[in-house]
Write a protein that binds this ligand. Structure first.
Ligand code: SF4
Ligand code: SF4
Length: 172
């Protein structure tokens, strides 16, 4: 049988205090050297990167009507299957179809941006707006009216085109 002799501790090691103070000194040194990394949200709004994908909106035509022509390409491209639509005839010689009903279940959305990429008319955009919190599930079913209403987060003169990289938008 092999006997292992326990090493003797010095008095300083037995009372632990010097090691605790040494550890605290390292912590305080790092605390004073580091710059704060916390975001003071909501007092200071967070500035998102230009390619951030947030709140969806249906882009409007100059008259206020949606640009969407109900081609269903966004619906086909969506990997989360969260877009649904009913197309109808708008009785307008300039427009073949329009979305009578257009809905996004945002609780299923993964914010991939495929709907925006697939759209041939630049009719849908994932804006940099990110404040969407709600405690009601129904608030996350974005109907056509809600998607058009989301244009209020975009400066008035810029609602008829994409604003993703627009610096003005990022500041609001
Ligand atoms: S962002 Fe992606 S998951 Fe969300 S609606 Fe568009 S295609 Fe679907
Ligand atoms: S949003 Fe674009 S891709 Fe989707 S149905 Fe409308 S026009 Fe087509």
């Amino acid at each position: 049988m092999i006997g292992i002799k326990k090493p003797e501790q010095t008095l300083m090691q037995k009372i632990y205090l010097p090691e605790i103070l040494r550890g605290l000194a390292i912590t305080i040194r790092h605390m004073l050297r580091q710059k704060p990394v916390t975001c003071e949200y909501p007092e200071k709004p967070h500035v998102v990167p230009p390619n951030f994908r947030g709140l969806h909106r249906l882009i409007q035509r100059p008259g206020g009507r949606e640009r969407c022509v109900a081609c269903e390409l966004c619906l086909t491209a969506c990997p989360a299957n969260c877009i649904s639509m009913v197309a109808a005839d708008p009785n307008d010689p300039n427009v073949e179809k329009y979305p009578l009903r257009y809905e996004i279940d945002v609780l299923r959305c993964i914010y991939c941006g495929f709907c925006e990429e697939a759209c041939p008319c630049d009719a849908i955009e994932l804006t940099p707006h990110y404040e969407m919190a709600s405690s009601r599930r129904e608030d996350f079913i974005f109907t056509k009216d809600r998607l058009l209403d989301n244009n209020r987060y975009v400066p008035e003169g810029e609602r008829v085109s994409k604003v993703r990289t627009n610096e003005t938008y990022l500041r609001i």
